[in-house]
Design a protein. Structure first.
Length: 268
């Protein structure tokens, strides 16, 4: 399995074109402010989006995401990872795959408040004559109520936790485009007999077989267990509604599976 680790101009172009089509359907006009990353190119043909590039070498002062939004997102994400780590009886049992990381990233983004984002933009000078600029600081707690017991079980202190959050701040996410890279890409595109890279043969490099999902009955039993847990917790009243909606969705999925016909049904 080959994993693309760089954010490339191709990925950026495809993403911008998808957003542009969505905003066209919504009849919206969007001003997209992007930093001077090598992967951020001027995408032609955009109709609903206008790209504005920040000046080079000014990311630390003009990029709102770098004023606290990214750090806040990393904080919430790594809090979720730590909680999962301490739930393992043996640290060697800890396992986090790409899908788990994506789910955690989505949960973490939901915890980034609109006030944090707006304050970070205001801190960079994105203001209007009527907006307030009296409080430029980003509104989020560094520790965000992480119990010290969780940090201790993970082998961290408050100081080392801050290092844990910022460990990859200087990691490059986009490859620097050099003259040699351009020439190499051009030669490969013109070559008609370039060998196709062989996939790794080692079993360790192959993806494991996906686990079979639980049955509907087993999933509903899990929901029953969650309901019993919520009944024993003070202040969990609002969560019963979410659980009921989840059970309703599971029943709906099961009904749809029953209504689906296989090819054998047409020969009966």
């Amino acid at each position: 399995m080959y994993i693309i680790t760089w954010f490339t101009q191709e990925l950026f172009t495809n993403w911008m074109q998808q957003l542009d089509r969505r905003f066209q359907r919504q009849q919206r006009s969007i001003l997209m402010v992007v930093d001077n990353c090598p992967a951020h190119n001027n995408v032609p043909g955009l109709k609903a989006i206008t790209l504005v590039f920040l000046p080079p070498n000014t990311t630390s002062r003009t990029q709102p995401m770098d004023q606290g939004v990214i750090r806040n997102l990393k904080h919430h994400y790594r809090q979720l990872v730590l909680r999962r780590l301490v739930q393992c009886a043996d640290p060697s049992d800890f396992n986090l795959n790409v899908l788990d990381a994506l789910h955690y990233m989505q949960q973490a983004w939901q915890k980034v408040t609109p006030s944090t984002i707006s304050n970070c933009f205001r801190h960079c000078g994105f203001t209007t004559p009527t907006s307030s600029t009296t409080d430029p600081d980003c509104e989020f707690s560094e520790e965000d109520d992480i119990p010290l017991s969780i940090l201790a079980k993970a082998g961290l202190t408050k100081d080392s936790y801050n290092d844990f959050i910022t460990a990859d701040d200087n990691t490059s996410v986009a490859a620097q485009v050099t003259d040699d890279t351009i020439v190499e890409d051009l030669l490969q595109s013109r070559s008609t007999d370039s060998p196709v890279p062989e996939s790794p043969s080692d079993e360790e490099d192959c993806d494991p077989e996906p686990e079979k999902p639980p049955t509907t009955t087993a999933t509903l039993n899990m929901c029953s267990g969650i309901r019993q847990y919520l009944q024993s917790v003070t202040g969990a009243e609002d969560h019963f509604l979410y659980l009921a909606k989840l059970e309703e969705f599971i029943h709906k999925c099961e009904q749809q599976k029953k209504e689906q016909k296989s090819i054998k049904d047409f020969f009966m």
